[in-house]
Design a protein around this ligand. Structure first.
Ligand SMILES: [Zn+2]
Length: 351
């Protein structure tokens, strides 16, 4: 009898220990999940008094998207601090800082990177950089002086500095504090921050003359700037050296860098200058659209059609419901005209 009791209590003990272990694992996983939700800050929105909103979304690895109606920014957050890609408009600088603070966990902003010079991507440069500090020490700190170290580096292609320091008529003049402090003129600038390689890849003569793709190699995310957008036809800034062939080249480079997970879906994530997070298939479709439109216009120019005739032939018809617009700063007519001017001048030059 005693032996049976002992046996029963032994079996009960095993059962209770098993139940306790299952409960402990369940509790642990709940705790981990709660912490993860807090850290990733999925779906958070920062609202301004004026009614504007910045949505905060995790993308991959250390990179988050900060999305506003006026355009996208991104942040990489890690043990060394925060790297910010693009700074939206000047009006959104304060809510952008608030949105960054929800992810930064008290860590300082070390770098601002600009994909190009337009004011909807550089407007907050001065405020965002001033809120940060440089990652320097020892002799360098002495050379910079206290004031110099109190602001984050601003990194961009040399032509971004040229554009911001010499604005054309109608472009806003940004203060000296908003200008890039660290520029490059080669094809590529390599950085290493928060334990991952970050590459700035210059794509010449595309949306402007100073566009860079920003590639976070471990996080597997690329910020494309305005060479790739999901909300409109690509804007070709003719006054700033933009060209349809450069945009197609930039999209081809992007397609080369992006690796899909399965059946061209998933994998490397692309953050457009405006619009939603994309994968390889999205970029391939956009590249194909841009190439087909360019080829159609090129063919019409070769046949001697005028701009009015090309516009009337509607070379973009297949995509107008998705990307076209009759209003705003970048209409379908302006897009077709820019492609026409690029193609016409190229074919004249090659004659
Ligand atoms: Zn732009």
């Amino acid at each position: 009898m005693r032996r049976r009791e002992t046996r029963f209590s032994g079996a009960d003990g095993v059962r209770w220990r098993a139940i306790a272990a299952v409960l402990a694992i369940a509790l642990l996983s709940l705790t981990v999940r709660a912490q993860t939700a807090g850290q990733t800050a999925a779906g958070r929105t920062v609202r301004t008094a004026a009614g504007a909103a910045i949505d905060v979304l995790p993308v991959h690895g250390q990179v988050h998207l900060l999305a506003s109606a006026g355009g996208n920014a991104a942040v990489q957050v890690g043990p060394q601090g925060v790297l910010v890609v693009d700074t939206m408009t000047e009006a959104l600088a304060d809510p952008l800082l608030q949105a960054i603070a929800t992810l930064a966990d008290g860590k300082p902003i070390r770098y601002v990177v600009n994909t190009h010079a337009h004011p909807d991507h550089t407007g907050g440069n001065a405020k965002i950089a001033a809120a940060g500090s440089q990652l320097v020490a020892g002799n360098f700190l002495g050379q910079l002086g206290a004031a110099g170290a109190r602001s984050a580096f601003i990194v961009a292609h040399e032509n971004v500095l040229n554009a911001l320091s010499a604005p054309k008529a109608g472009e806003p003049a940004l203060p000296f504090a908003a200008w890039p402090t660290d520029t490059f003129f080669q094809d590529r600038k390599d950085m290493y921050f928060n334990g991952e390689a970050v590459q700035l890849i210059h794509v010449p003569g595309a949306h402007t003359d100073g566009d860079s793709l920003v590639f976070f190699r471990s996080s597997d995310v690329i910020c494309a700037g305005d060479v790739y957008v999901t909300t409109s036809y690509p804007r070709i800034d003719l006054a700033r050296g933009g060209h349809v062939n450069g945009i197609i080249e930039a999209l081809n480079q992007l397609v080369d860098l992006v690796v899909s997970e399965q059946f061209t879906e998933g994998g490397t994530q692309v953050i457009p200058g405006h619009g939603r997070i994309s994968d390889e298939l999205d970029v391939v479709e956009y590249r194909d659209m841009m190439t087909i439109v360019r080829d159609r216009v090129q063919d019409m120019v070769k046949r001697g059609l005028s701009l009015d005739q090309v516009t009337a032939a509607r070379p973009t018809l297949d995509w107008d419901t998705r990307y076209g617009s009759d209003r705003g700063a970048w209409t379908t007519a302006l897009f077709v005209e820019a492609v026409f001017r690029n193609v016409a001048s190229t074919s004249t030059a090659s004659r």
